[in-house]
Design a protein. Structure first.
Length: 64
């Protein structure tokens, strides 16, 4: 699987570098994008969960 790094972006999503296995609440594997980095929603507003769709910018999400 290789090294996995997760960055918390200020007022934005989690940036995921690497290829972790992501599962839903039932244990079903969620398909992940093919690029080297992808972004997971942190604001709760994405229409493409668990992935970020940029909603955090529209709703002015602020990280703590």
């Amino acid at each position: 699987m290789g090294e996995i790094k997760i960055n918390c972006m200020k007022n934005g999503p989690f940036e995921v570098l690497g290829k972790p296995v992501i599962t839903d609440g039932n244990g079903k594997v969620v398909s992940t994008p093919e690029q080297e980095a992808y972004y997971l929603c942190r604001c709760g507003g994405s229409k493409n969960k668990p992935f970020c769709d940029g909603t955090h910018s529209r709703i002015h999400f602020l990280s703590e």
